[in-house]
Design a binder for this molecule. Structure first.
Ligand code: ADP
Ligand code: ADP
Ligand code: MG
Length: 683
């Protein structure tokens, strides 16, 4: 991982003694992230791992690894005694808890101290003071921080809730005081809904946090989520590292974050920063932490909560400040004073982060799990004047398991301006390819291509407003159509030539490169010629020629890369009858490449219903059928498992794309099947 060093603040504590060995009480992406910094600082790393993570990337990368039991977190990553025992067994002097798991447990931080182990995070009293939303709001008010209007105290029942809500004025938000991760939150618009919602939040809070205390605050309509990163040391210094905006959320969970925020002007930024620092100072905060606010479009802002840990979206702050937050946490935990003051810090450029989740955007963001049959991420590093950084804890072949967070990776990009950071992100997402579990790459691409996102007019209602009917991809732009047509021509040409050679043996017939390309039903006559500049694709009815060069593709590859009129692009491709299924960013298309004769034939044939390929269940790759889970006559729902095909020692679950009744089953366990072979048919 490379951070921008353009702006690095010098660290004078050269000879200072940091830890020689740190244990990471976490897994996945954040464990890998922390190991990287340990390596750079010459500190040995130890990870703990559950059964599900035995072969993980973090385990492979760490200097030492300690097994801590079964896969469910409650029996492994959340058991403080096991973590402390692992520190003692390996001689680790300090523990970094990452985020989630034990990161915000004051009792764990205290247990570490009692065992003589340094907790790389804030002191336990600060965690206690900020860990509870009601308690932290009281502290915030006392520190002069502006809070969301509401009732800062425990609500004892539905009647109390109704009374307070009427005083505050609807809409209101009911929140679990112990809540986190978007859980235990309900918006209530109408007094008649208060009882039911109160019961729901109470039940959820009890279930998720074992604590059913609830409070109420005003629901700020159409707000933006803006948070301030703070950093303190054990010598009373606290600085802020500016803001991050995390308004692109789904069900109160962050999806896309950026730094800085397009909303803030310098005066508002400094006012928010000063309040965040005041709150941190009020609790002797001595590590990295985040003070979250909701902000109105008019730049009014209100404190929400403080997260006393490293935040998932910390990379965007690192990219605009040049600091390594994990390094800073380690240094201050070791007792070093901060090596810089507020005046030394400056915002450099713009950074964006996309959370790549295992979920199916086309099916209501249904969570998904499974093996990463293919996983290709863009390489981290500098690209001209942009930076790409992918934080992941997985490799191709790894499993996204049901036990933990469904995040596959965090992709961050940096550019001198917001527009350039977005361009970088759009390009990097295009370069990301995942097969196996469903993933939200098409959705993230869609947001990057939306004019509203580019304009910076964000709000936490963005996704609900922009995709009111759910996500169904975006229509292809004229440029995207050209790119997909050109890609189809180039791929078809390779296949035709290859088949020609195979069939004609020694005397390959020179194929005529004159075709009709049908993209989502739109026809175009094309003529291909190879020139020195690349493959020329003449669109005969439009008097235009597309020039494709730098073609990077071989039959069977799932991504086609090339340059169209000098503009690099990538398209995801899957073979389909007579052509390809393709995805370019958020636009999907079915592209057929026909000879003029067969296109004529298609025309002259009496209009016939297109073959409904959605009726066919085909094998996405050559492999061995492990099992068929359905039988003829069986009714299935979208998302249900139909069969399992094993390829390259990996099992791939083939799921129903829609609701329906199975008409025929054409394969059985033990059969070997080719790509696109029909396994079953819907009625
Ligand atoms: P917020 O800052 O609003 O709490 P985050 O997305 O940063 O939102 O985190 C949500 C909660 O889920 C936090 O408690 C965080 O520690 C936890 N969490 C988020 N992502 C992961 C992950 N990949 N692994 C473990 N815990 C996670
Ligand atoms: P969590 O601990 O789950 O992160 P937060 O209090 O940070 O809970 O709220 C999560 C998200 O819910 C925020 O990022 C914001 O989008 C939204 N939210 C929370 N409180 C309010 C409010 N009073 N008005 C409007 N939106 C809110
Ligand atoms: Mg929050």
């Amino acid at each position: 991982m490379r951070l921008t060093r353009k702006h690095i603040v010098p660290n004078p504590q050269r000879g200072s003694v940091l830890f020689s060995k740190i244990l990471i009480a976490n897994r996945g992406e954040v464990a890998v992230r922390i190991i990287r910094t340990c390596r750079r600082l010459g500190i040995a790393s130890v990870v703990v791992y559950s059964e599900a993570d035995a072969g993980s990337m973090a385990v492979e990368m760490a200097d030492e690894a300690v097994a801590i039991g079964p896969s469910p977190a409650a029996q492994s990553y959340l058991v403080a005694e096991k973590i402390i025992a692992a520190c003692k067994a390996t001689g680790a002097q300090a523990v970094h808890p990452g985020f989630g798991f034990l990161s915000e447990r004051a009792d764990f931080a205290r247990a570490c101290a009692d065992a003589g182990i340094v907790f790389i995070g804030p002191n336990p009293d600060a965690i206690d003071a900020m860990g509870d939303k009601i308690a932290s709001k009281l502290r915030a008010v006392a520190a002069g921080v502006s809070c969301v209007p509401g009732f800062i105290g425990e609500i004892d029942g539905p009647e109390h809730a109704a009374k307070i809500s009427a005083e505050i004025g609807y809409p209101v938000m009911l929140k679990a005081s112990a809540g986190g991760g978007g859980k235990g939150i309900r918006i209530v618009h109408d007094p008649r809904e208060i009882g039911e919602n109160f019961a729901a939040v109470r039940a959820e809070a009890k279930g998720a946090f074992g604590d059913d205390r609830i409070f109420i605050e005003k629901f700020i309509v159409d707000p933006r989520h803006i948070e301030i990163q703070v950093l303190g040391d054990k010598h009373g210094h606290v600085v802020h590292l500016f803001e991050r905006e995390c308004s692109i959320q789904r069900r109160n969970q962050k999806v896309i974050e950026e730094a800085p925020s397009a909303l803030l002007d310098e005066a508002t930024r400094m006012a928010m920063g000063a309040q965040a620092v005041a709150l941190a100072q009020a609790v002797n905060y001595d590590s990295a932490g985040t003070v979250e606010f909701v902000a109105g479009q008019d730049k009014s802002f209100y404190f929400l909560e403080m997260n006393t840990r490293l935040q998932v979206e910390h990379p965007v702050t690192e990219l605009i400040t040049g600091l390594d937050l994990v390094e800073q946490m380690i240094r201050v935990a070791a007792g070093e004073p901060l090596a810089f003051g507020q005046a030394d810090l400056r915002i450099n450029g713009w950074a964006i982060e996309s959370r790549i989740y295992a979920e199916d955007p086309y099916r209501g963001f249904l969570p998904s799990i499974g093996r990463l049959v293919r996983y290709h991420a863009p390489e981290s590093g500098e690209r001209g004047d942009k930076i790409i950084r992918n934080d992941a804890g997985v490799r191709e072949g790894d499993e996204i398991s049901m036990y933990y967070d469904p995040m596959i990776a965090k992709l961050a990009t940096w550019g001198p301006t917001r527009g350039e950071a977005i361009d970088g992100m759009a390009g990097a997402l295009e370069d990301f390819h995942i097969e196996g579990p469903a993933h939200n790459l098409p959705f993230l691409s869609a947001v990057m291509d939306q004019a509203r996102f580019r304009s910076g007019e964000l709000s936490t209602a963005y996704i609900a407003e922009e995709f009111p009917q759910g996500f169904h991809g975006l229509a292809a732009s004229a440029w995207q159509k050209d790119a997909m047509i050109a890609a189809a021509c180039a791929m078809h040409r390779v296949q035709v030539r290859r088949n020609g050679h195979a069939v004609a043996g020694l005397r390959p017939a020179r194929p005529r490169d004159e075709w009709v390309v049908v993209l989502n039903g739109e026809k175009r006559r094309v003529l291909l010629t190879q020139s020195e500049d690349g493959l020329q694709i003449e669109l005969q009815d439009e008097d235009r020629t597309l020039v494709l060069d730098g073609i990077d593709w071989k039959p069977g590859r799932p991504v086609f890369r090339a340059s169209l009129d000098g503009h690099a692009f990538a398209v995801e491709v899957a073979p389909a009858a007579e052509g390809f299924r393709m995805r370019q960013r958020a636009a999907s298309a079915r592209v057929l490449v026909l000879t003029p004769t067969s296109a004529d034939l298609h025309e002259r044939l009496p209009p016939r219903k297109a073959v409904d390929t959605s009726r066919l269940v085909v094998s996405p790759m050559p492999g061995l059928v492990v099992s068929i889970e359905v039988e003829p006559g069986q009714e299935v729902k979208a998302g249900e498992t139909l069969c399992i095909v094993e390829a390259m020692k990996m099992q791939n679950i083939i799921r129903a794309e829609r609701d329906g009744v199975i008409k025929t089953v054409n394969a059985k366990a033990g059969d070997s099947v080719s790509a696109d072979e029909v396994l079953a048919e819907f009625a």
